[in-house]
Design a protein around this ligand. Structure first.
Ligand SMILES: Nc1ncnc2c1ncn2[C@@H]1O[C@H](COP(=O)(O)OP(=O)(O)OP(=O)(O)O)[C@@H](O)[C@H]1O
Ligand SMILES: [Mg+2]
Length: 305
């Protein structure tokens, strides 16, 4: 699907001037300072798209996703979903949004309850978040759609391989019929051979269920393959945003250029080494200016001024 087609389908989620700061404390609990994990981000997610968020470790990708899902309370700014300002909504009225907005985590082992079967794990959000008459059948259906069938549904997480556990995590997310899913590094814990299968599954589910993804990833090869648009984050800010092909073929911000240089190498260990090096390099002065204004340089391609 092209970016233009997604824009035609309108906005699903919008964050405005979103900021999240964390207090850093030392070992004795004394306040040592503040981290601006997300720093004045403006971003719109279009219905039906896969919007990738890339950036080195600590750049604020997960915090941005967690704020969208109301798993973190933003320090300031707003998150609107289907036209409703979630940040202004009383907690009691947020339940329908918790169903419609789901998450798939990097490590399915820690997100699944080890003392419950695959089926029980998938049933849990159905009983908590929906009024589904037959949560068991619905959970079995969701597990089938990710390829977990037969007696396997009664097994415990430890009996599955990493790829299968991630499939259970995906079943858990889609069982409640969400519209929007934050995929937070869903492939990082998996073997290379399994990554391709899970990527294909996510793409298939997106088509069948009309899902919108915020796809957080370190893996630019996967992003290049599946994302409609890509946002590049550095130190809590989006420094570049545009159609994925544009970001890869015509990166305009120096940080994006360095990130691409560092990550577009075939060998993961070498990519990590390069990434560690860019993290310690001084930033260009433009990033320190405090400006948060993105300018449209080519159509739909925005760069931090
Ligand atoms: N609960 C927290 N308390 C304190 N600081 C936090 C907390 N969560 C995140 N941070 C800090 O906020 C910054 C952004 O973290 P975040 O996890 O969003 O980055 P990320 O881009 O997802 O990194 P990674 O690629 O390693 O997952 C980091 O400096 C991190 O240490
Ligand atoms: Mg993260």
């Amino acid at each position: 699907m092209t970016d233009i087609a997604n824009e035609d389908r309108g906005e699903l989620l919008r964050v405005e001037q979103l900021t999240k700061t964390f207090t850093v404390r030392n070992a004795w609990g004394r306040r040592e300072g503040e981290v601006r994990a997300v720093d004045g981000v403006d971003l719109t997610v279009h219905r039906g798209e896969t919007l990738a968020v890339v950036g080195e470790s600590g750049s604020g990708k997960s915090t941005l996703g967690r704020c969208m899902l109301q798993m973190e309370t933003p320090t300031s700014g707003s998150v609107s979903y289907e036209g409703t300002n979630l940040t202004a909504l009383p907690r009691a009225q947020r339940a329908p949004f918790h169903r419609s907005m789901q998450v798939i985590f990097q490590d399915p082992f820690s997100s699944l309850n080890p003392h419950r079967t695959a089926l029980q794990n998938v049933m849990e959000p159905l009983t908590v978040l929906t009024t589904e008459a037959d949560p068991r059948s619905r959970a079995i259906e969701a597990l089938h759609s990710v390829g977990i069938t037969g007696d396997a549904v009664e097994k415990y997480p430890r009996a599955f391989s990493g790829g299968q556990r991630q499939r259970i995590g995906i079943a858990r997310a889609i069982a409640v019929r969400p519209t929007f899913i934050v995929c937070d590094e869903p492939l990082s814990a998996l073997d290379m051979s399994i990554q391709a299968q899970v990527t294909e599954l996510l793409a298939e589910l997106q088509r069948e269920l009309d899902l919108t993804y915020l796809f957080i990833s370190h893996d630019l090869a996967v992003v290049n393959e599946i994302a409609t648009r890509t946002a590049v984050m550095n130190r809590g800010r989006i420094v570049e945003l545009g159609p994925t092909r544009e970001i890869f073929e015509n990166p305009l911000h120096p940080y994006t250029q360095r990130l691409l240089d560092a990550m577009l190498v075939p060998e993961p260990a070498e990519a990590r080494r390069r990434l560690a090096r860019i993290a310690t390099r001084p930033e260009p002065t433009a990033d320190e200016s405090g400006s948060n204004v993105l300018a449209e340089r080519t159509p739909a391609h925005f760069v931090l001024e």
